[in-house]
Design a protein around this ligand. Structure first.
Ligand code: NI
Length: 235
C-alpha cells in the first residue's frame, strides 16, 4: 500500500511538473507569436516610406538620329524613364531607336505624322495624322500608343472620343528649341519643378540632351523620382 501511495504521489508531482512545462511552453510560444506579429507591423511600416516627389521628362518631335541615342544612353546610365512623343514621319530609318525606347522602359506617345495643328485641319485629317503614327509605332513595338502630345498644344474638342487617345500637355515649358542653351533650360526647370510637373523638351538638339541629363542629376539630388507621364494621368 505504501509503495502504491508513493507511486500516486509521484504521479501527481510529475503531472504537476508536466502541466507547469506545458504552461511555460505556451507562454513562450505566445510571446514568440506576439513578437512575430510586432515585427510584421514594423516591417509593414518600413515598407511604405514617405512618398518621393515625382516629375516627368517629356521629349517631342523625335526620334533624332543625331541626338536621341546620346539621350537614351544618359537616361539608361541613370536608370531614369522618360516619355517620347514621336512625329510619325521621323520614325522612318529610326525604327531601332523606337524599339530601344520601349526596351529601356520609356513611354512612347503620338505627336501626329506631319506635326500638324490639329484644330486647323479637318476631323478626317486629324484622325489620319494620329492613326498613321500610332500604326507605325505599333508595327515596331507591338504596342499601340494611348497618349498623344498635340503639336502646339492645339487639341480639337472631343477628338479623343474618335481616336481613343488621351492628350498630354505640360506645365514646364523649357523653350529649349528657342534658346538652345543648356544653362537656360536647366534654370527654367529648377525654378518651376514641383511634385507632379510635366517638363516639355525636344530631343533634336544637343543643348536639350545636355540639359535633360543635368536636370535628371539635379532633381534626383533634390529627392525627385522620375516617372513616365502616364503616372499623372491614369485615374
Ligand atoms: Ni512638336
Amino acid at each position: 500500500m505504501k509503495n502504491c501511495k508513493i507511486f500516486q504521489e509521484t504521479a501527481v508531482i510529475l503531472s504537476v511538473i508536466f502541466l507547469f512545462f506545458l504552461l511555460l511552453m505556451r507562454t513562450f510560444s505566445d510571446r514568440e507569436t506576439r513578437t512575430a506579429g510586432d515585427t510584421e507591423t514594423v516591417s509593414a511600416e518600413n515598407a511604405s516610406p514617405a512618398t518621393l516627389p515625382q516629375i516627368a521628362l517629356t521629349f517631342d518631335d523625335g526620334p533624332s538620329r543625331q541626338y536621341t541615342p546620346a539621350l537614351l544612353d544618359g537616361l539608361k546610365e541613370r536608370g531614369v524613364p522618360a516619355t517620347f512623343f514621336l512625329i510619325g514621319k521621323n520614325i522612318e530609318g529610326n525604327e531601332d531607336l523606337v524599339l530601344r525606347m520601349q526596351e529601356e522602359g520609356h513611354l512612347i506617345g503620338n505627336h501626329t505624322y506631319n506635326h500638324v495643328e490639329l484644330d486647323r485641319v479637318t476631323a478626317e485629317t486629324a484622325r489620319e495624322e494620329i492613326e498613321r503614327t500610332g500604326n507605325r509605332i505599333y508595327e515596331i513595338t507591338g504596342v499601340y500608343p494611348t497618349y498623344i502630345r498635340p503639336p502646339f498644344g492645339a487639341w480639337k474638342k472631343n477628338l479623343e472620343l474618335s481616336v481613343s487617345m488621351l492628350p498630354v500637355l505640360w506645365d514646364i515649358d523649357t523653350l529649349d528649341w528657342k534658346s538652345r542653351n543648356a544653362d537656360s533650360i536647366v534654370a527654367i526647370v529648377e525654378a518651376n519643378a514641383a511634385d507632379g510637373s510635366i517638363i516639355l523638351m525636344h530631343d533634336g538638339y544637343e543643348s536639350s540632351v545636355v540639359a535633360a541629363l543635368r536636370v535628371v542629376d539635379l532633381l534626383t539630388s533634390q529627392g525627385y523620382e522620375f516617372v513616365t507621364a502616364d503616372t499623372f494621368l491614369v485615374t
